[in-house]
Design a protein. Structure first.
Length: 340
């Protein structure tokens, strides 16, 4: 028979390994190894097995590809906002530049998709960085507003001057050789982006990024060129977005003005809020939740914007830290009943 509730209280404790190390692991038992590896393996293996699980549902295999593209954009936004201190609403610019670059390289120079994607990633990242370079002294809402203007401006210029196919876009772009190549290129790109950036932010360059975000004048007083580091952060962020745009051009076998649509700027921000900013992985989790919801609500047209608003409001009010931070805190603690 259990003890009366009045004679007990609930005690919450941190797991021992977290208390002892907090990032530097001194592992002494297989249970601690399992504790550290389980969430990481679930994330990696889950993404890698997703295309296989979705074999009976080809439509959702394509949705998985779109999830990965938005995940790249969300990681890009999360990194730039929470590690460099630049809130960019220019995700649509990255998508458009990456998509048009891949389409032009493929249709005019005959390069295959597995060549155009990496080339467009680097080339598009360089183009976006040069465009945003004059805006780097701006911070906060000012940089956000200016970065939002670029995709709007790019779409209107292409339409007005009738360049790059005008409103019809660039057609006849080659697709990936198979759906498997498409999905695993994107999945491996998302995994690589998460783990490379997590490694980077823990190195010296990550400390400089954090310093620039928290107090750029103090970093500048130390003799470090903050503009160089901001430009480097924008280059990394824009490369991720251009990678997604290049893949999208080959998935749809077309590149057009719609790749500058504001959805590519708004949904990554929403995913970061839902998943948890400053975690990188949380941005991916947010996309895994929001993009399928968007597909379910496609028949409702613009009403899905209202659903997004409700979801964001709920998370900001009740779980402002995001799913990832909440889940991490719960995972690193356990509760037990003890006698008073």
């Amino acid at each position: 028979m259990s003890e009366p509730a009045k004679d007990r209280r609930k005690e919450r404790l941190d797991r021992g390994i977290k208390v002892r190390t907090d990032g530097i692991y001194a592992i002494s038992h297989w249970t601690e190894i399992a504790y550290l590896l389980t969430p990481r393996l679930l994330f990696i293996v889950g993404l890698l097995l997703a295309p296989v699980i979705l074999i009976p549902f080809p439509y959702w295999q394509r949705v998985l590809s779109i999830v990965c593209i938005f995940a790249l954009l969300a990681i890009s936004f999360d990194f730039l906002a929470n590690y460099v201190g630049l809130v960019s609403l220019g995700g649509a610019l990255y998508m458009g530049v990456g998509g048009y670059s891949a389409a032009l390289l493929n249709s005019h120079f005959g390069l295959p998709p597995l060549v155009t994607v990496p080339v467009s990633t680097v080339l598009g990242g360089a183009i976006c960085t040069v465009l945003l370079l004059p805006c780097l002294p701006l911070r906060g809402v000012y940089f956000a507003i200016v970065s939002l203007m670029f995709p709007l401006l790019a779409g209107r210029i292409i339409e007005a001057l009738d360049v790059f196919g005008g409103t019809d876009g660039i057609m006849g772009v080659d697709g990936f050789s198979s759906g498997w190549v498409e999905q695993y290129v994107l999945i491996c790109s998302v995994l690589a982006a998460v783990f490379i950036l997590r490694r980077m932010v823990s190195e010296d360059v990550g400390l400089v990024f954090t310093g620039v975000k928290d107090n750029d004048q103090a970093v500048k007083a130390s003799g470090i060129n903050i503009t160089t580091y901001k430009a480097f952060g924008v280059f990394i962020s824009s490369m991720l977005g251009c990678l997604g745009g290049a893949c999208l051009a080959h998935i749809y076998m077309w590149a057009g003005i719609s790749q500058f649509a504001l959805d590519f700027s708004i949904i990554p921000i929403a995913a970061t809020v839902v998943g948890g900013g400053g975690t990188l992985i949380g941005s991916v989790i947010g996309c895994i939740i929001l993009v399928p919801i968007s597909e379910f609500l496609r028949d409702f047209g613009t009403l899905r914007i209202a659903v997004y608003a409700i979801i964001l409001t709920a998370f900001i009010v009740f779980k402002s830290e995001g799913i990832m931070m909440y889940g991490t805190r719960k995972y690193e603690q356990f509760e037990r009943w003890v006698r008073i």
